[in-house]
Design a protein around this ligand. Structure first.
Ligand SMILES: NC(=O)C1=CN([C@@H]2O[C@H](COP(=O)(O)OP(=O)(O)OC[C@H]3O[C@@H](n4cnc5c(N)ncnc54)[C@H](O)[C@@H]3O)[C@@H](O)[C@H]2O)C=CC1
Ligand SMILES: O=C(O)[C@H]1O[C@H](OP(=O)(O)OP(=O)(O)OC[C@H]2O[C@@H](n3ccc(=O)[nH]c3=O)[C@H](O)[C@@H]2O)[C@H](O)[C@@H](O)[C@@H]1O
Length: 439
């Protein structure tokens, strides 16, 4: 099949590449000429494990191309995926300007039947807005052409995006047009060879399903973070509690890890957008407002612990910080808790020397203007003479460091671990003062 993907970011590039991998011909469009030039030159603008080889392979096979030319991309595919950003507006609601611009571009250039598939995360009712934008633009052109609007939300996680796309738990298709549903079934057949994974529903339910999934996962995390804070006060160990409840299949083990708060490009913005959507329609989503407030507070939890140890004024202190990305296996710094933590430490006068295995270049871009923050190229050098080590992202490389070397480098053996990487009893046994989350 011939497919166009509009927006070549995390979702668009992964979607386009995985669809090419199973034999389709895919044209990826972006408005960012630098991004497209880099892709055309064989580079990959994001860090996503396995993506570079897959892109290279499909480009070489002639199945994957990149362009900034809207007319060319619209002409290419019968199926047009929209995978552009939906960032929060000032009031927290999703800003649909990029989605609607993409829809109008399709309408401006189409000359036959198109299935417009929205993969961006969008509020309920966006399908209708996309349909109206296309109809309006076609009317301006004075033409009548058939088209369908489908909602096909994406559930991939950064860092595991290819695996998630190639082996989805479910494929949600919101549509009411039989021809479009048939095309979507054919498109996704290669991804569900052992059992049916497509859940067909109406567009509004599909749109809401996406927010519901992210909001539910964010709720679990905030719940565990609050419980972890309580466990600290009560002298219980949240890690044991996590295992104790995760064993119940009705609860399950996933997304029960307390930490420094959820970050990334989606949970924070999607929780906000769902709350805003509730407001707009006269519903106060009380649970979700609390989820968000708890998360904002959690991002400062590690700093609170540092302040308890060193006092509110941190001038003259220097801290080593491991992990900048909002989670491991990505270079994405959007809403990363590290940004809040570094801002607060340095606002209180501290110096921070940070190391991240892949996100340093992105971190430099978004935090490089902080004169009290420097970046190291290796994980051990920030420790030299530092007052303490703070762990913010649970990269594998941090799981089993040489603790003798860590102790020798630090001014004192003191670790603030925002990701519960180590066994507290063992670490204390070898002489560290160890502050984790909820233990
Ligand atoms: N990042 C993730 O893990 C996931 C993101 N999503 C959703 O997918 C959507 C896209 O997210 P990301 O890929 O992370 O965003 P991104 O910011 O990485 O990529 C969006 C791309 O769209 C381009 N763009 C904007 N307007 C355009 C237009 N009119 N024509 C062509 N290209 C245009 C931008 O230049 C950018 O490269 C969002 O709604 C997000 O909530 C859904 C699931 C997972
Ligand atoms: O809509 C999206 O964009 C995506 O958002 C999340 O994926 P992602 O943001 O890539 O990352 P997650 O692995 O979900 O982690 C999000 C944040 O929650 C934190 N987290 C996660 C799990 C946990 O138990 N505890 C916890 O604090 C992570 O550290 C991270 O900061 C969802 O997991 C995806 O299904 C969804 O498609």
């Amino acid at each position: 099949m011939k497919i166009t993907v509009i927006g070549s970011g995390y979702v668009g590039l992964v979607t386009g590449t995985c669809l090419a991998e199973v034999g389709n011909h895919v044209c990826c469009l972006d408005v960012d000429p630098a991004k497209i030039a880099m892709l055309q030159a064989g580079g990959i603008p994001i860090y996503e494990p396995g993506l570079d080889e897959m892109v290279r392979r499909n480009v070489a096979a002639g199945r994957l191309t990149f362009t900034t030319d809207v007319a060319e991309s619209v002409a290419f595919g019968e199926i047009q995926f929209i995978a552009v950003g939906t960032p929060p507006d000032e009031d927290g609601s999703a800003d649909l300007q990029y989605v609607l611009a993409a829809a109008r571009n399709i309408a401006r250039h189409m000359d036959g039947y198109k299935v417009v598939v929205d993969k961006s995360t969008v509020p309920v009712g966006t399908g209708d807005k996309v349909r109206a934008a296309i109809a309006e633009t076609l009317a301006e052109r004075g033409v009548e052409l058939p088209f369908a609007v489908v909602s096909n939300p994406e559930f991939l996680k950064e860092g595991a995006a290819i695996e998630d796309f190639m082996k989805p738990d479910r494929i949600v298709v919101g549509a009411d047009d039989a021809r479009a549903i048939e095309l979507m079934r054919r498109l996704y057949a290669p991804f569900q060879r052992n059992h049916e994974r497509i859940l067909c529903m109406d567009v509004r339910s599909a749109e809401l399903t996406k927010y519901a999934a992210n909001a539910m996962l964010a709720t679990r995390i905030s719940f565990m973070n609050e419980l972890a804070n309580l466990a600290e006060t009560l002298g219980a160990d949240i890690e044991l509690v996590r295992q104790g409840i995760g064993a119940d299949p009705r609860i399950g083990y996933h997304f029960l890890y307390p930490g420094v708060g959820y970050g990334g490009s989606c949970f924070p913005k999607d929780v906000k957008a769902l709350v805003a959507s509730g407001h707009e329609h006269g519903h106060e989503l009380k649970v979700l407002s609390a989820v968000e407030a708890a998360n904002d507070a959690q991002k400062l939890r590690l700093v609170d612990k540092v302040v308890r140890e060193f006092g509110a004024d941190l001038s003259g202190r220097r801290f080593a910080l491991w992990g900048l990305a909002f989670k491991p296996n990505t270079d994405d710094m959007r809403e990363a808790p590290s940004r809040v933590i570094v801002r607060e430490l340095t606002r209180r006068g501290a110096e921070v020397v940070a190391f991240d295995p892949v996100a340093t270049h992105e971190a430099r871009r978004v935090m490089g203007d902080n004169p009290r923050l420097t970046f190291a190229d290796d994980m051990m050098s920030p420790l030299e003479g530092a007052d303490a080590l703070l762990i913010v992202t649970e990269w594998k490389a941090f799981r089993s460091p040489d603790f003798d070397a860590v102790r020798a480098a630090l001014k004192q053996p003191l670790i603030f671990d925002g990701r519960n990487m180590y066994d507290p009893a063992w670490l204390r046994g070898i002489g560290f003062a160890y502050h984790a989350i909820g233990r």
